[in-house]
Design a protein. Structure first.
Ligand code: ATP
Ligand code: MG
Length: 269
């Protein structure tokens, strides 16, 4: 069991994970982890395949139940407050399947209607996800990246207080990835709390206030990018020379080294 708590607590806790464990037969997917995400924080969960990221996020989403420990979202537990919580969270699963014979617009209208949203919300999401051109296309005819953006659109159509995204940019081209980042950055001033899983350190770096590195169901390291670099950067510095002597401290980037047990987490460059 390992425990990480946030050192700056004036904000309310949006997500509380307390000694949570989950096992599938002989596989310990999540091994007694604890975590608090303050309201408004963007948290990135990084780790290699099979680390336990999806299992943990799906327990926070109320899709799976923990075997041990407790989870609270916005101060409530799933057992007693599921409808209340469903109205306040947005989620995109690692793989989302929509009904093929609905159009992009119909999918957004449908999910929006669950939250009392009208056509204006659909229009806003179509624009933000750059799916306007595809609004009348059947889902079956969308590309993989367009479906990813539709899944994000469904997740944000209710203007959720807590957003949980499992690999939201998997398979996206660099431009589409940047567009997703922009959408998520735009939500931050609204006070949205975000947990996203990713294999990309640069994605966590671009978006997240705090990063947790996970493997074998446990948390190996956590902190801001600067803290992780200080703890695990190995003390090496990359210097980028422009031909002129840079001012002290400029153009210097510590080389990020993953902690030993997370060796397959990709480095940022
Ligand atoms: N329903 C299930 N039945 C059996 N084992 C499962 C189940 N779901 C997950 N596991 C196992 O639990 C472990 C954690 O899986 P999980 O999907 O949470 O990892 P992940 O970090 O999301 O990986 P990835 O990066 O590949 O998505 C893996 O060993 C996986 O095989
Ligand atoms: Mg996963």
């Amino acid at each position: 069991m390992n425990t990480f708590t946030n050192a700056a607590p004036p904000r309310a806790t949006a997500i509380g994970v307390e000694k949570v464990g989950k096992r599938f037969k002989d596989v310990v997917a999540v091994d007694g982890v604890s975590l608090q995400v303050p309201a408004g924080q963007y948290l990135g969960l990084l780790g290699p395949n099979g680390a336990g990221k999806t299992t943990l996020v799906e327990m926070i989403e109320g899709i799976q139940s923990p075997d041990t420990g407790a989870i609270s979202v916005l101060g409530k537990n799933w057992k007693d407050h599921a409808p209340w919580l469903r109205r306040r969270i947005g989620l995109a699963l690692q793989e989302t399947r929509f009904v093929d014979k609905l159009t992009t617009r119909e999918i957004l209208d449908l999910f929006g209607s669950f939250y009392g949203q009208g056509r204006a919300a659909t229009q806003s999401v179509l624009e933000r996800t750059r799916l306007e051109e595809k609004q009348n296309s059947f889902v079956v005819n969308l590309s993989g990246g367009q479906r990813q953006r539709l899944a994000l659109g469904v997740a944000i159509i209710s203007e959720p207080e807590v957003l949980l995204l499992d690999e939201p940019t998997m398979g996206l081209d660099p431009n589409s990835r940047q567009e997703v980042w922009d959408i998520l950055r735009d939500l931050k001033p609204k006070g949205t709390t975000l947990v996203l899983t990713t294999h990309y350190m640069e994605e966590a770096e671009a978006l997240c206030d705090r990063i947790v590195i996970m493997d074998h169901g446990r948390f190996l390291a956590e902190g801001t990018l600067a803290e992780l670099l200080a703890q695990h950067g190995g003390g090496e510095i990359l210097e980028f020379h422009t031909g002129k002597r840079p001012p002290a401290g400029a153009f210097r980037l510590p080389v990020w080294r993953p902690p030993r047990r997370a060796a397959s987490v990709p480095p940022p460059c």
